[in-house]
Design a protein around this ligand. Sequence first.
Ligand SMILES: C[S@@+](CC[C@H](N)C(=O)[O-])C[C@H]1O[C@@H](n2cnc3c(N)ncnc32)[C@H](O)[C@@H]1O
Length: 284
Amino acid sequence: MTLPISTHEFFLLRSYIEEQSGIRLGDDKSYLVENRLSNLVLECGCSSFTEFYHRIRYSPQAHILKDAVLDAIATNETLWFRDRHPFRVLRETVLPRLQEEIETGRRERIAIWSAACSTGQEPYSIAMTALDLYSRRDREKECERRIRITASDVSGRSLAAARAGSYSEAAICRGLPPAYLHRYFQKAGNCWEIEDRVRDMISFTQYNLKVPPPRTFGSFDLVFLRNVIIYFSDEFKRTLFEKVAGLMSPRGFLFLGTGETITGYTETFEPVEDAGCIYYRIRP
Ligand SMILES: C[S@@+](CC[C@H](N)C(=O)[O-])C[C@H]1O[C@@H](n2cnc3c(N)ncnc32)[C@H](O)[C@@H]1O
């Protein structure tokens, strides 16, 4: 059932959502709040969005409700090897270069951050790309040991699905090459489960890009911040790029989604073009 939302209620909720997550909803998005939050409002026993707004702002359950609102409002659309190019660059250019640094004793590990990982397809695609590369040299064990992937998302629900690593046939069909399905998944009932050795390369953490990073976040060599900044205000993008740069190693690389850019938001990064794929590195 959909509960009608007034313009005033929409303005209250959208400023709350932006304040909590950085997600900016345009003036034409009241239908989205209505559709995505009505059930939650009713489940909370509220009879209007105004009553719900007071509940999420001032009640003792405000903290729990905040997570539920962000779970419901965030768009978690994702697929395997999304846009292909970044994963090709990862396999052909970036990982071989970092591996060479390992071999020449200039680094111990490769730390990768999937900063809005949704239901896990992105970090698992990164892990499978790395395993595939290393398997060609019979060094999968070394890959599992050397490469650490941190996967985070604001949505606890998406993150739980990512951690579970169990996907329906329909989800699997969205971009996963059959060879990878047979190599890295096993069938469990109607679903496909990612193998433990792939999952074990990844640490899953609930993290909202709007707040200061956990102390456990180290210095990342590669950051995938893909298909998330499109939801943020220009002002938040500016702050976020500086925050992300502060969490990266000096020679680290940043991958954004197709159609996303740093232009106009930061001078800290510069673009790198590699056979049709643009990614970024910290300006020397
Ligand atoms: C469209 S999905 C993109 C997933 C994946 N990166 C990809 O490219 O396929 C956007 C994700 O960003 C997450 N998100 C939105 N706002 C966020 C925030 N403030 N902090 C962390 N994650 C956020 C959403 O929960 C959602 O899972």
